[in-house]
Design a protein around this ligand. Structure first.
Ligand code: NAD
Ligand code: ZN
Ligand code: ZN
Length: 343
């Protein structure tokens, strides 16, 4: 079968022929219906230093955001009939540690490689899922290609926003920085699950237009006046929650400058920026956290929102043979919403 692989560090991904996977005991092979291209893959492909910087063995198939149909099940797998449409919960943990047992495999204490992040992922005709528990049946009405982005571009902001729900009442303001694959879902998730005003920030005008069309109450271009503009929108108080889908020095600075005392500043983007933390450098009682992906139960909740039409990924479909073009466009910043590769 055809697969898009990371073959070398600091290089473009390549389309190659690989063997079709067979499920072992407890495993499931899905026929991929769609796999999303995440900006994390850009960091992985071009920004990791190389051998020794990661625990991975190259080559491996990219794609950590996928949905499809059950194609073959290994012995011992129950309740997943062939042909069933499923989403893959990609934050694969060991399944045995206390975090995994509590259902938060995204914070597994003995992390294992995850599909598309060190072992074969979903940018191929078939995907081997090592444990049947990682599959969540798709609710009626959700097509795998449209649902694939929900498993990361949707799930990651859903997790980040969900933990700030208590701070996002009717008088609150939420700021979304970076309205790409994740951020355009964040705007919708905020509108669907909170009563907060939403301010969206992006360098690109098209992204700001997309945010507005998805319900953002205000859009702001980053730059010297952005913090002042956002403070103005909040009558000087600042934002109750800032979700940073970039994570650069500049966006962290903007996040701190616009945070309200007692607010949340959540770093999702992995641009690798930093901010000097100290008593005098951040407003009182602002909680600053980084987040990684989301749990399976959060994915179930998000799929429910999507099946009811309350959130909908904006996707551009690329056939597998054109997957390198999807990554080129993601790298160059010319996409809107999410690129989904359909084999
Ligand atoms: P994307 O390329 O689709 O979107 C990024 C958006 O940010 C673009 O619209 C771009 O114009 C905008 N942007 C860039 N610099 C900006 C700036 N200085 N100010 C305002 N906007 C700016 O990327 P994506 O796939 O949505 O991923 C976003 C980030 O989240 C990436 O760093 C990715 O690696 C990371 N990520 C983290 C997790 C996690 O679990 N923490 C999961 C998935 C992705
Ligand atoms: Zn991702
Ligand atoms: Zn674990």
């Amino acid at each position: 079968m055809r697969a898009l692989q990371m073959v070398r560090y600091k290089s473009d991904p390549e389309l190659v022929d690989v063997a079709q996977p067979e499920p072992g005991p407890g495993q499931v092979v899905i026929k991929v219906g769609g796999a999303g291209a995440c900006h994390s893959d850009i960091h992985i492909l071009y920004e990791t230093a190389g051998e020794g910087d990661t625990p991975w063995r190259l080559p491996f198939t990219l794609g950590h955001e996928a949905a499809g149909w059950v194609h073959a099940v290994g012995s011992g797998v129950r309740g997943l009939e062939v042909g069933r449409a499923v989403a893959v919960h990609g934050a694969w943990g060991c399944g045995a540690c206390s975090r995994c047992r509590a259902g938060v495999e995204n914070y597994c204490e003995h992390p294992v490689p995850q599909g598309g992040l060190g072992i074969d992922g979903g940018m191929a005709e078939y995907l081997l899922v090592p444990e049947a528990r990682h599959l969540v049946p798709l609710p009626d009405g959700l097509d795998p290609a449209a649902a694939a982005p929900l498993t990361d571009a949707g799930l990651t902001p859903y997790h980040a926003i969900r933990r700030s729900w208590p701070k996002l009442g009717p008088t609150a303001t939420a700021v979304v920085v970076g309205v790409g694959g994740l951020g355009h879902m964040a705007v919708q998730i905020l509108k669907a699950t909170t009563a907060a005003r939403v301010v969206a920030v992006d360098t690109k005008e098209e992204a700001r237009d997309l945010a507005r069309s998805l319900g953002a109450d205000h859009v702001v271009a980053p730059g010297e006046t952005a913090a002042k503009e956002i403070r103005g929108i909040t009558d000087g108080r600042g934002a109750d929650a800032v979700f940073d889908f970039v994570g650069s020095d500049a966006t962290l600075q903007l996040g701190v400058a616009t945070s309200r005392p007692l607010g949340d500043l959540t770093i999702v983007g992995i641009a690798g920026g930093s901010y000097p933390l100290g008593f005098f450098s951040v407003p009182y009682e602002v909680s600053i956290q980084s987040v990684y992906w989301g749990s399976r139960s959060e994915l179930v909740e998000l799929l429910d929102l999507a099946a009811r039409g309350l959130v909908r990924p904006e996707v551009t479909i690329f056939p597998l043979e054109k997957a390198p073009e999807a990554y080129r466009a993601l790298h160059d910043g010319t996409l809107s919403g999410r690129a989904v590769v359909v084999p």
